[in-house]
Unconditional design. Sequence first.
Lengths: 305, 238
Amino acid sequence: MIEQLGNGLLLGVIIALGSVALSLLYGVTRIVNFAHGEIIALGAVMTLFFSSSPDSSLLFFDRYSPIGINFFGSIVISIILCGIFGASLEIFLFRPLRKNNFGNIAVLVVTIGLSIFLRHIYLLFASAKPSSFILELQRREDYFGIQLTPRNVQVLVLGFIVMILVGLFLTYTKTGKAMRAVRDSSDLASVSGINSDNIILVTWIFSSMLAGFTGIIQGVINNVRWNMGFLILLLIFAGTVLGGIGTSFGAMFGGFVIGVLVQLSVGLEFMDGHTEAKNALALGLMILILLIRPQGIFGTKDRIS
Amino acid sequence: MNNPIIEVNGLASGYVKGLNILQGVDLVLKDKEIVSIIGPNGAGKSTLLKAIVGLIPIFGGKIYFNGAELKEIKSYKLAQMGIGYVPQVQNVFPSLTIEENLEMGNWAAKERHKDSFNEIYDMFNILFDKKKERAGNLSGGQRQLLALGRALISKPNVILLDEPSAGLSPKAIDEVFEYINLINQNGVSILLVEQNAKRALKFCDRGYVLDQGRNAYTGSGEDLLNDDKVVELYLGKL
Ligand SMILES: Nc1ncnc2c1ncn2[C@@H]1O[C@H](COP(=O)(O)OP(=O)(O)OP(=O)(O)O)[C@@H](O)[C@H]1O
Ligand SMILES: [Mg+2]
């Protein structure tokens, strides 16, 4: 099992980042966003598109040649574009739905449709086979008994730094506090002088950029494919619920635990040859914990609904 | 002095189109006044306050603030224009600290002074002692004081209070009424919805009895208290 710890930490960070982005969006907008996975994939797909050389043998894009700018620049551009994409979703889709008093369930169905739509758009422009960023191959080394490549270590450190920054942003900045206020009650925020629509827009941008970043590190660690976000969406939901809906710290913690457990369970003896079933153990545990603590590990009773 | 601050004419409003909860309500709140709204459960008292602060749509009639009609003005703008509001439920941000709750109230302030926090803390000492605690952990009475503080910190000209004494101990109720009096003496006009009808009528300059989304009785607090019909229909049971 211990040999899976390195991979576990990596998956943990991916799910934690994905969960905090999903949870924040849910908290502020009350949207259960099934298209979250596609925004994650968007970050990775765009980075691949921008960074791969035009004559590269990566055939991810069957119809368009990649652009071939440097990897770091590609990441920055992709994250910004993810933010713009999130903003457009709010302005052109979810805000009009909200103004027309669309019910929560109806909006949820819209996000499912959006998820399927986007995922197949990616498939339309890309071959179904996984591609990798052009990064040199690295060997795994031993870090305190955990097997990781140097790049994996960088990703882990970066992931934790981003989580800390998200925490600091929400705790100390004026906008972060207003996001938490709208999450508690958007009506009360409005009558306090806060333009809730603006805060919701900022949340969409913030959540989408974070999702894009999540996809990029997922792409660095594993590979890039059209349905990569969809494949981890279930774990992200699990992490969010496990930690406690409506708490960002809970989502990070829950996501991290789910990611680590899923990967560790691959190392169990009876899982040999059944790695496809790796989600079972962690999700079973999640259900068990929620039976005992319906509000999640860090959730409070007044925020179950 | 004594210009109408808020004037409501023939207001029809509700939560969904085609279902008017308020069916032609009239109301005037003049400068420096305390006006009470009483009435049975479901009369539409809270709905009236929500319509004034722009949280629900207006289907008919007009609302004026300082003589200007409020039409499709967003709640956050109304707050910035000087209309304070303390809702009946969800009147604090439970996951935010006391201090952060006050900061949120301060979004509506025209100019921000560090002093405004101290003024609130001076009035409500208990909030200062607990300023780093989550509002969700406060007792009912403390929560009500925080809700008042949150609405007052931006120095509104008028404040709408929806049952500020609900669920409090008799001692806490006395305290809340004292604070409301104090706020009013500082020049803030007050529109007060109260379950505690007799007390509210004794306390206010004028009162409105609302029933089934319509004005039932209107008069000075004293007149309403001495009106046999009002006593029989609305005060007897309370
Ligand atoms: N959010 C809502 N959506 C739909 N209908 C509502 C909503 N809130 C209240 N109502 C309805 O509006 C009517 C008036 O309710 P309102 O809350 O204004 O009464 P109230 O006079 O404040 O009563 P109470 O003394 O119980 O607070 C009631 O019939 C109620 O069912
Ligand atoms: Mg009410």
